[in-house]
Design a protein around this ligand. Structure first.
Ligand code: GLA
Length: 388
């Protein structure tokens, strides 16, 4: 068993069934994902949790009040599936909801919190995503997250608690104290550019609300979906994003400390998708052990400022600084960083040696400022090292 003190230390990395498959899930799919995690290198890249989202159970509990896995979708049962995933050296995640029902109308855990936590532990679950639909109106969401947190922590198994209340009810003010290891701070992502852009902009300047053991979850990744969801709202009618947009999406989530939960069908992932999802330089920034949030720098000149062009800066454990130059606008832009703005005055005598985390090459040594030209919807992410 993993040491208690490590659970949730860094943002979780894994795969979740919802974005692509919604209701259409079964044990063979989950096993295939586990196999591919190992054979395609996702596991070596750091991806660990395989999470079944909504629609896994029967519509009714059994006569003892227990949740029942749908035997048509999961004929071998959840324990066998957990064993299979654990056999690959991976971890198993499941889903429930604070309310009477899940968002898709299956039984929720309201007033069954301790019983369900026990059940999840017996099945070998390592991660629970806990949604916010059908919450009785007179109940405080804060209290219900505290309940499930206590239930999980006392289930006899280390279970990472992934709260999912979509940023409602000022969740950032109380979620850390509740015991959750990560918390959704945004509404549901959809597989098109405006969704990525608006979710990212909504989380700017909120870097102080993320950190070790309670990470700000900006929702699952849409990288590599290309509109491939069986749910119209998520993707199938809106066509997906370009590879450049997926690269920018992954860079934003990595820099901003979000958990990295893959949402595409990795059975058919193409090379650009794999290159994005398994970029070791971006993953290293996301998984930096101090797990600091990123701060925003607004580019000069101030009168030209719009929210869709900005720099994000994340201070790393070893003294390096990750810097993202993000151009979410529809026109090419020069984005100028004055080193003064990250705490490096000329008088220090230091320059920055910059490494391009997408081209995987050194860019050279720069003094005082660096001003890349960034195409529309694109970004440049560098790892900057202080040098004399
Ligand atoms: C909510 C959540 C999604 C997903 C669905 C399942 O919308 O925010 O991430 O879990 O419910 O029904």
């Amino acid at each position: 068993m993993e040491s208690h003190t490590q659970l949730g230390l860094m943002p979780a990395m894994g795969w979740n069934s919802w974005n692509t498959f919604t209701w259409d899930i079964n044990e063979q799919l989950i096993r295939d994902v586990a196999d591919l995690f190992v054979s395609e290198g996702y596991k070596d890249a750091g991806y660990e949790y395989i999470v079944i989202d909504d629609c896994w159970s029967l519509k009714e509990r059994d006569s003892n009040g227990n949740l029942v896995a749908d035997p048509a979708k999961f004929p071998s049962g959840m324990k066998a599936l957990a064993d299979y995933i654990h056999g690959k050296g991976l971890k198993f995640g499941m889903y429930s909801c604070v309310g009477t029902h899940t968002c898709a109308g299956y039984p929720g855990s309201f007033e069954h919190e301790f019983q369900d936590a026990q059940q999840f532990a017996e099945w070998g679950v390592d991660y629970l995503k806990y949604d916010y639909c059908f919450k009785p109106r007179n109940m405080s969401g804060e209290l219900l997250y505290k309940r499930m947190s206590l239930a999980l922590k006392n289930s006899g198994r280390d279970i990472l608690f992934s709260a999912c209340n979509w940023g409602e009810d000022n969740v950032y003010q109380w979620i850390r104290e509740s015991g959750a290891h990560m918390y959704r701070s945004t509404g549901d992502i959809r597989d098109f550019w405006d969704s990525v852009k608006s979710l990212a902009i909504s989380q700017l300047d909120k870097g102080c609300y993320t950190g070790s053991f309670c990470h700000n979850d900006m929702d699952m990744l849409i990288v590599g979906m290309y509109g491939g969801s069986n749910n119209d709202y998520i993707g199938s009618k809106i066509g997906g994003c370009s590879d450049t947009e997926y690269k920018t999406h992954f860079s934003l989530w990595s820099m901003m400390g979000s958990p990295l939960m893959i949402g595409c069908d990795i059975r058919s992932a193409n090379q650009p998708t794999k290159d994005i999802l398994m970029n070791p330089d971006l993953i290293a920034i996301n998984q930096d052990i101090e797990a600091r949030g990123a701060y925003r720098i607004k580019p000069e000149p101030q009168w030209f400022h719009t929210d869709d062009v900005f720099m994000l800066v994340k201070v790393l454990t070893d003294g390096d600084v990750a810097i993202g130059f993000f151009n979410l606008s529809d026109d090419q832009r020069e984005i100028s960083l004055q080193f003064w703005d990250i705490g490096l005055p000329y008088a220090s005598g230091y320059s920055l040696s910059l490494y391009d985390c997408w081209a995987h090459q050194e860019l050279g040594v720069f003094k005082e400022r660096f001003s890349p030209v960034v195409p529309a919807h694109d970004c440049l992410v560098v790892r900057a090292k202080l040098v004399k």
